[in-house]
Ligand binder design. Structure first.
Ligand code: GLC
Length: 487
């Protein structure tokens, strides 16, 4: 075993039941793993559901829920499981005319037959774009970590990437580098007014392009083709334009808001416009002033003509930091913002998915009166323990890449992460590793929450790994080219 797996962090607290909880979580985790075609291929979404009679899909392998699962397996050097997962997903990449290239949201093996859901079986028949974008990211992380370049440069992987890129690198009616998607196209898979260019999807697109580029480069080293060169050029340009676009239109701080509030409106023509989306100052919500404080910053949830979505989405922001879409000073501004709004974002159960929740008429109109997304519940301001490790990893990665930057802030962030981890350690076993928590402080188990939810369990194990076992392993998530010695 390489030395990095045996190195232990000694900040261990002897009086706690930490070891027992971790061992138990590992046992639960093993039970979530299922085989496809006779080989372990990933985890079911949850081990239990309060109403066992319901024909729901929690027993399926969801691509997005398996992101932390695959990262965890890679940390354990369980490469064959990850490879099997990636291969099965690849076999299930859609070949139908209208969805060619799309990866499934979830799949299951029933009586020897693989059944995949591309949205045609899900509640509301929604489409999931994030699953497709996660695939190349996971594939690249797998190749980096395992050194399995042969898989990365194989014809089938390269073909899969081209099919996926066909869905992205295309002319569109808008002519912008963002991917336009319908409502419910990512982790938030019920109506929440997140159609258009939601942050999470756009950040994943950035990371997916980056990963596709790395994987195509692997292939190019073996085989030169004009087509591949052209694809590489286009992908690089697209990724660059997308990043510029997102930093320009989604990143806000107290300073940028003051400029935005005083911009002219109703500007016509292609010269020197300052307000491309014709945003009226009246749409800027009151809560934003205190939320941003002096030195905080974050990426807003969406940008649409006249209607920016100022809600804070934890996953999109954590990923923007983790995948290096945000610059290092912007990442620190994000950390300050989370620290400042800790009572909202972390509260009793880190971390809230989206803030603030919608209520009354807005809830009626935008969610279609969805009782599951009642204010402070589920996607509408609920707390999801599975989200903490993404934010925690972004802080730990930042620290590793910028060891001397703002030492005071980073020590506060370490304390914050440590305390959040302790809330999980104390609460989650008691609450049966619930899927989500409700209410303004996130104290109550979600009304319709499943228990023994895989990404809750494995998210906790990841946080434990990065805090206690080997903090340097967080570098595995650094997507930058040349960041890993294996390649
Ligand atoms: C819910 C969540 C979705 C998740 C699925 C399986 O539908 O909204 O993000 O993938 O459950 O856990």
């Amino acid at each position: 075993m390489p030395a990095r797996f045996t190195q232990h962090n000694q900040r261990f607290r002897p009086s706690s039941k930490e070891d027992q909880v971790v061992d138990k979580a590992k046992e639960h985790f093993e039970r979530t793993l299922v085989a496809i075609r006779g080989e372990l291929a990933g985890s079911v979404a949850a081990l239990e559901h309060p109403n066992h009679d319901e024909a729901l899909n929690y027993g399926e392998i969801f691509l997005r829920d398996n992101v932390p699962v695959m990262i965890y397996l890679l940390l354990q050097n369980r490469f064959p499981v990850v490879k099997q997962f990636l291969s099965v997903c690849l076999d299930l990449q859609s070949t139908t005319v209208q969805t060619r290239g799309v990866f499934p949201t979830s799949f299951v093996e029933e009586e020897g037959e693989l059944i995949a859901d591309y949205g045609q079986r899900s509640i509301g028949r929604i489409t999931s774009v994030d699953a497709s974008l996660w695939w190349p990211i996971l594939c690249w992380i797998y190749v980096k970590r395992s050194g399995d370049k042969a898989f990365g440069s194989s014809q089938r992987v390269q073909r899969g990437l081209q099919l996926l890129l066909d869905l992205v690198l295309n002319p569109s009616f808008e002519g912008t580098p963002v991917l336009f998607v319908p409502d419910c196209a990512f982790m938030i898979d019920r109506p929440m007014d997140v159609w258009g260019a939601p942050l999470e999807v756009e950040v994943l697109l950035f990371a997916a392009l980056r990963s596709c580029i790395e994987l195509m480069e692997l292939h190019r080293r073996q085989e030169n083709s004009a087509l591949l060169d052209q694809r590489l050029r286009l992908s690089r340009q697209w990724m660059h334009d997308l990043r510029q676009y997102l930093l320009k239109h989604y990143w806000v701080t107290s300073k940028t808001m003051q400029v935005l509030r005083r911009r002219p409106t109703e500007q016509y023509g292609d010269n020197q416009y300052q307000n491309e989306f014709n945003v009226q100052p009246q749409v800027i919500p009151d809560w934003l002033q205190d939320w941003l404080d002096n030195r905080g910053g974050y990426m807003i949830g969406n940008m649409r003509t006249g209607r920016p979505d100022f809600r804070f989405y934890s996953l999109g922001n954590s990923l923007a930091s983790l995948f290096g879409l945000l610059t290092a000073p912007q990442q620190r501004a994000l950390f300050r913002l989370v620290q400042h709004n800790r009572d909202d974002l972390m509260a009793e159960m880190p971390m809230r998915i989206c803030h603030p929740p919608m209520d009354n008429i807005e809830w009626q109109n935008k969610t279609g009166s969805d009782p599951k997304n009642w204010p402070w519940s589920y996607h509408n301001g609920g707390h999801w323990p599975s989200l903490l490790w993404f934010f925690g990893a972004s802080v730990l990665l930042h620290e590793r890449l910028n060891p001397n930057a703002d030492v005071l802030l980073m020590s506060q962030m370490n304390t914050l992460i440590e305390e959040c981890y302790w809330s999980h350690l104390n609460q989650l076993p008691r609450q049966q590793w619930a899927e989500y928590f409700d209410g303004p402080t996130g104290t109550w188990v979600g009304q319709q929450s499943r228990t023994y939810q895989t990404w809750t369990i494995v998210g906790f194990l990841l946080m434990h790994h990065f805090l206690r076992v080997n903090p340097d392993d967080v570098l595995m998530l650094h997507l930058d080219p040349g960041s890993d010695s294996l390649i």
